[in-house]
Design a protein around this ligand. Structure first.
Ligand SMILES: C[S@@+](CC[C@H](N)C(=O)[O-])C[C@H]1O[C@@H](n2cnc3c(N)ncnc32)[C@H](O)[C@@H]1O
Length: 284
């Protein structure tokens, strides 16, 4: 866990890992419409009647700020769910290369370049803040304080990840165990880790309620040996890690796919994923 809200906000490893925005866009998992729709409703994005905006006594649209939106993988599905609704989406991302790709992918969307720890928006100006596949990069008090500051009094903060479902495929367990060690080495915190509890008991104290969760939505992505290797090695601790980590991952991937697929003449056709969704509300 980092608490680097003062100067260098975007971790060096993130800058290295996300240097190739087009690779990220091509190989990473996508979000399903159903999961995103469910998540937005849990966050109080009520498009049937605009209760939240009414509570805020304004006639402005409901406003969602997405932080760390990368190439807009989540943003695009969210925009599809919210099509023709009176909801304004502001996408934000600190890295220049990601912002450029984002502009290509969601040309009509409002984009601001900023880290989660320093958001150039007024106090109490957004109804929901969302971090999709990104909160592990800014699991720090500075970011949580910023979300609290920009949110309206009854605003919500949501986190979502699409992660490998190692309960659905044994070979993924071995891969996930390896990635988990790297995550821990780099102090990245995910909801399935012990440290997660501390984030919402210590770090967010006085700012947010303890999050509710849903991990019921699943998704399967068509794959191949080549795609699986590219996708798995695009994970930040590998892509942004040392040469040794990259080589160890390469060796592990070859060994695992040889034992589970190639030696048995089985093709690798899909990769199972699970959505990890969390939502909490601002404390006043
Ligand atoms: C794994 S990508 C997720 C992108 C996108 N939201 C998605 O769902 O595919 C993580 C993103 O977090 C961004 N990030 C890293 N550090 C950040 C920070 N301190 N504040 C905001 N975003 C950050 C990275 O630049 C990257 O685009």
């Amino acid at each position: 866990m980092t608490d680097n809200g003062e100067s260098e906000v975007v971790a060096k490893m993130a800058q290295k890992a996300f240097a190739s925005s087009s690779n990220y866009e091509n190989v990473r998992a996508n979000y399903s419409f159903e999961a995103v729709e469910f998540f937005l409703r849990k966050l109080g994005v009520n498009w049937d009647n605009h209760d939240k905006a009414a509570e805020n006594q304004t006639d402005r649209p409901f406003i969602i700020l997405e932080v760390g939106c990368g190439t807009g993988k989540f943003t695009r599905v969210m925009l599809e769910v919210l099509k023709d609704k009176n909801v304004r989406v502001i996408a934000s991302e600190p890295l220049q290369s990601m912002c450029e790709q984002l502009k290509l992918m969601v040309p009509d969307t409002e984009i601001i370049q900023c880290p989660a720890e320093n958001i150039p928006l007024p106090d109490a100006s957004v109804d929901v803040v969302i971090a999709a596949q990104s909160f592990h990069w800014f699991t720090n008090r500075a970011a949580l304080k910023e979300f609290h500051r920009v949110l309206t009094p009854r605003g919500s903060f949501g986190m979502v990840w699409v992660l490998l479902d190692d309960t659905a495929a044994i070979w993924l367990k071995e891969i996930k165990n390896f990635l988990r060690i790297l995550d821990e080495n780099y102090n990245l915190v995910f909801p399935f880790m012990q440290e997660w509890r501390k984030v919402f008991s210590d770090l967010s104290q006085g700012l947010f309620s303890y999050p509710e969760e849903c991990i019921d939505f699943k998704y399967s992505r068509t794959s191949s040996f080549d795609h699986a290797f590219k996708m798995l090695s695009s994970y930040s601790p590998v892509a942004g890690g040392s040469e040794k980590d990259k080589k160890d991952f390469h060796d592990l991937f070859n060994d695992v796919t040889k034992r589970h697929f190639k030696d048995q003449g089985i093709p690798l056709e899909t990769i199972p994923f699970k959505f990890y969704m969390y939502w909490c509300t601002k404390k006043n």
